[in-house]
Design a protein around this ligand. Structure first.
Ligand code: AMP
Ligand code: MG
Length: 405
């Protein structure tokens, strides 16, 4: 298969995905990070009754010189039996219901009180300091659209409607494996020519940030076609998604693509990106389950980058997130680098963006080998260099800011 440009690969992948339709009610305290399956619609107007925006006095007749205090309404008190006439005032507080007949509220710091009479030290405008019923929204309005991931403010908004649970998509079931005879698990000493498996732990940590996923750790698979095939087949029985790193290249011991082809279909292999060329995806079908399979490169940085730029957008979409929110966000920054040689693949360079005099500046790290994971820990952005282009110092270039992914 030819190298496919990144944008084309992402578009093709997205078109092949089948977003979940399974839903469940989730208590709001467990709903953070989950994907909303049904819009949250307002149960009542907001505010639900006219109320005071200030501690002060509700008055009738804005042109009066002073007003007679006739009542006292704290937040939560009833105003059913109060009706103001011109020249009258009622003591109110922030959130107190406004009595009928009120024309304005005067803040208490603008008022002189002499016995039962108040006067204002400032001009009084009609309707000032009143929060009117439905001025934020009317009953039946959409407060939170479906297909987005719920954050903490969404939880507050849902609670403001008196709802204790919301309809979300069921979590996607994801199984994850590493592959390679050289891989050692943590807690075991390294034998000759072994390395520790870092990809699986990194991917498990990345996936753990997503509460719309239910993750099963499949461990490390040897470079053995029949074992890989048997483990993938078993995982496919009960997984919406399978991630496996390693064995995706052209070496004699690279069996993961073969295993996928034997069990289902490989839809694409090889991207025109650096790092991340040996990335493949496909699917395994059974009567009861359709599993999407992603084969990530073994080199740790390539594994990380292809998770961020291909796998995560796919997981987002399959979990029910709408396309605009599922895809990586790119912004422009000023290049603090030079690149005179053009590259044959689009590059995702590890770097940092910082704000300098109100402008985003993009720097890159010196070491960019896909085997060198260490500087990823000091990376807050992937700096994108399009294939075939050069970069001059100070020009605008696209970056993916990683905290917003
Ligand atoms: P492969 O794609 O299997 O040919 O692996 C490419 C490179 O990535 C090799 O140097 C592997 O040793 C390394 N590698 C593969 N899997 C992992 C892993 N889980 N953790 C760290 N390095 C890995
Ligand atoms: Mg390998």
């Amino acid at each position: 298969m030819p190298l496919m440009p990144y944008d084309q690969a992402l578009e093709q992948l997205v078109q092949q995905l089948i977003p979940t339709i399974k839903t469940e009610y989730v208590p709001i305290l467990q709903a953070q990070g989950r994907v909303l399956a049904e819009a949250v619609v307002t149960q009542h107007d907001a505010p639900n009754f006219d109320n005071s925006a200030m501690d002060g006095y509700a008055i009738c007749g804005v042109d009066e010189v002073n007003w007679q205090l006739v009542d006292y309404v704290a937040a939560g008190d009833s105003t059913l039996n109060i009706h103001l006439n011109v020249g009258q005032a009622v003591r109110v507080f922030t959130g107190s219901a406004i009595p009928q007949g009120t024309h304005a509220v005067i803040a208490q710091e603008d008022v002189d009180v002499i016995e039962n009479c108040i006067s204002s030290r400032v001009d009084v405008q009609p309707q000032q300091h009143i929060r009117f019923q439905a001025e934020e929204f009317a009953q039946g309005s959409i407060l939170i659209a479906a297909q987005q991931q719920l954050n903490a403010t969404h939880i507050g908004i849902i609670a403001s409607q008196g709802l204790s649970e919301v309809l979300c998509y069921q979590p996607l079931k994801v199984s994850i494996f590493s592959s390679g005879n050289e891989l050692q698990v943590l807690g075991q000493a390294l034998l000759e020519n072994q390395i520790y498996d870092s990809n699986r732990y990194m991917l498990l940590a990345l996936l753990a940030q997503k509460s719309f996923l239910k993750v099963t750790d499949g461990g490390v698979l040897p470079d053995q076609l029949d074992t890989i095939q048997q483990q993938l087949a078993q995982a496919a029985q009960d997984s919406d998604v399978i991630l496996i790193s390693g064995g995706a290249s052209v070496g004699d011991k690279d069996f993961t693509k073969q295993a996928l082809e034997n069990l289902g279909e490989m839809q694409h292999w090889k991207l025109a990106i650096k790092p991340g060329k040996p990335f493949a995806w496909g699917s395994i079908h059974s009567d009861t389950q359709h599993s999407k399979v992603f084969i990530l490169p073994g080199n740790p940085v390539a594994c990380w980058v292809t998770y961020l730029v291909m796998t995560l957008p796919a997981l987002n979409m399959m979990a029910g997130i709408d396309l605009a929110r599922a895809l990586p966000k790119k912004v422009l920054a000023q290049a603090q680098l030079e690149m005179s040689k053009t590259q044959s693949r689009l590059q995702f360079l590890r770097g940092n963006v910082e704000v300098n005099a109100g402008q985003l500046h993009a720097h890159i790290h010196a070491l960019q080998s896909s085997a060198m994971l260490a500087n990823c820990g000091m990376t807050n952005a992937l700096v994108i260099i399009p294939q075939g282009e050069t970069v001059t110092f100070g020009q605008n270039i696209q970056i993916m800011y990683l905290n917003s992914i």
